[in-house]
Design a protein around this ligand. Structure first.
Ligand code: GLU
Length: 423
């Protein structure tokens, strides 16, 4: 993805976010004053974090936390560690969280954080110091009723444990609801680790039903094999589909008969997270993954990978956006014209934040649910959201993406107008 990213770094992803917002605003005839408010994030914080490296030298890393909206509830959203992190990206991701939480009907606004760093080149101790300094410097911004971080690209349960500990040490109180996606022993929710992938599987299942496609006859290609890609693969296999191709930053694998996903996950754990060298599959050029012959395509890596250049050669009938923002608006248009059903990120990958909501609820009541309970509630939420979006798409004769934006923008705007603007 590194190479793909640097090629697309010139584009402003936030312009894309605004493009969809403006289109949705037109469809619902949104109050222009509300549109003005929703176009800008409510709070942008940037911090420069001096960190002592293991060799004794210091490096200064730039971190961000953007709250796009706290209209429907406290800010909610992950924190990403990646060399490509920049303000434009974090603003976009924060806005997508606002729309995502609104589509799912969960009581949060939208926020996102990120640190520009290369975690693959840092030791666990360096990452711990960076995480703790980030939270220390954001003590006034974060809070269980203010803004609640979670994992995203290159952050995980361990990162959340350090964040929670730093927050609690600073306040002198045990407040597990300050972050979600924590280890279960620290008040994490059962089912959270697999939730984004499970949600992708459920929304693809609903889309396949809608199109009259039999999942047990469907082939799947997945770009990205981190948390989202790997659990989407497992979920789709459990629903009967066959995963025939996957790629990650290091390479791509294919097997027409279907990859053994469980064995592949085990292999990546033993091989520094990489899929390369996995036996029982043929390696191929990762650039070809998006256009490989398959029924379902899951982009589960980074933004802006499906562009006007490659959208026309995509053969899948369903695209389930596991990543945030993988499709540019002009590519989205081409896919719509070509009859490809795109399940947009703000619906498709919302399983993660939905179980984050369950985690926050469980933490606040101090009573924890079984995994079956969590998965059952996740399914209820995903199916309800899918049906809501489908209804709006039918009503306005538009794509599932436009319908998701219409639904979300209307939900946020209704609450904003009800609360009124304090001026
Ligand atoms: N980072 C995830 C996302 O983009 C999860 C956010 C959360 O759980 O708050 O949806």
């Amino acid at each position: 993805m590194g190479r793909l990213r640097s090629k697309t770094i010139q584009v402003s992803t936030y312009e894309y976010v605004l493009n969809y917002l403006e289109k949705a605003a037109k469809i619902i005839d949104l109050d222009p004053n509300v549109l003005k408010i929703l176009k800008e994030p409510r709070k942008v914080t940037m911090v420069n974090l001096p960190i002592q490296m293991d060799d004794g030298s210091f490096q200064v890393f730039t971190g961000y936390r953007v709250q796009h909206s706290i209209v429907r509830g406290p800010g909610k959203g992950g924190v990403r560690y990646h060399p490509g992190v920049n303000l434009d990206e974090v603003k976009s991701l924060a806005a997508w969280m606002t729309w995502k939480c609104a589509v799912l009907g969960i009581p949060f606004g939208g926020a996102k954080g990120g640190i520009t760093c290369d975690p693959k080149k840092m030791s666990p101790h360096e990452l711990e110091r960076l995480t703790r300094r980030y939270v220390s410097d954001l003590m006034g911004v974060l809070g269980p009723e203010k803004d609640i971080p979670a994992p995203d690209v290159n952050t995980n349960e361990q990162t959340m444990a350090w964040m929670m500990d730093t927050y609690c040490m600073n306040t002198g109180q045990y407040t597990s609801s300050i972050v979600t996606g924590k280890p279960v022993v620290l008040g994490g929710s059962r089912g959270r680790h697999a939730a984004t992938g499970n949600g992708v599987g459920l929304s693809v299942r609903e889309a396949a039903n809608m199109l009259g496609m039999d999942l047990s006859k469907c082939t799947v290609a997945i770009q990205g094999f981190g948390n989202v890609g790997s659990f989407s693969a497992l979920s789709l296999v459990s629903l009967g589909a066959k995963v025939i191709a996957v790629s990650d930053v290091n390479g791509a694998l294919r097997n027409k008969k279907g990859l053994d996903v469980e064995a592949l996950i085990k292999y990546t754990k033993e091989n520094n997270g990489s899929i390369v060298g996995f036996p029982g599959a043929e390696e191929f050029d990762p650039q070809k993954l998006l256009r490989c012959k398959c029924d379902i395509l899951i982009p589960a890596a980074l933004e802006n990978v499906i562009t006007a250049k490659n959208a026309g050669s995509i053969k899948a009938k369903i695209i389930g956006e596991g990543a945030n923002g993988p499709t540019t608006p002009d590519a989205d248009e081409i896919l719509f014209q070509n009859g490809v059903t795109v399940i947009p990120d703000i619906l498709c990958n919302a399983g993660g934040v939905t179980v984050s909501y369950f985690e926050w609820v469980q933490d606040r009541m101090g009573y924890f649910w079984s995994e079956e309970d969590v998965n059952h509630r996740l399914e209820e939420h995903m199916v309800r959201a899918f049906n809501d979006v489908r209804r709006v798409a039918r009503e306005h004769q538009c794509s599932l993406r436009m319908a998701s934006y219409v639904l979300a923008v209307k939900r946020v705007s209704d609450v904003l107008l009800m609360r009124g603007v304090y001026a």
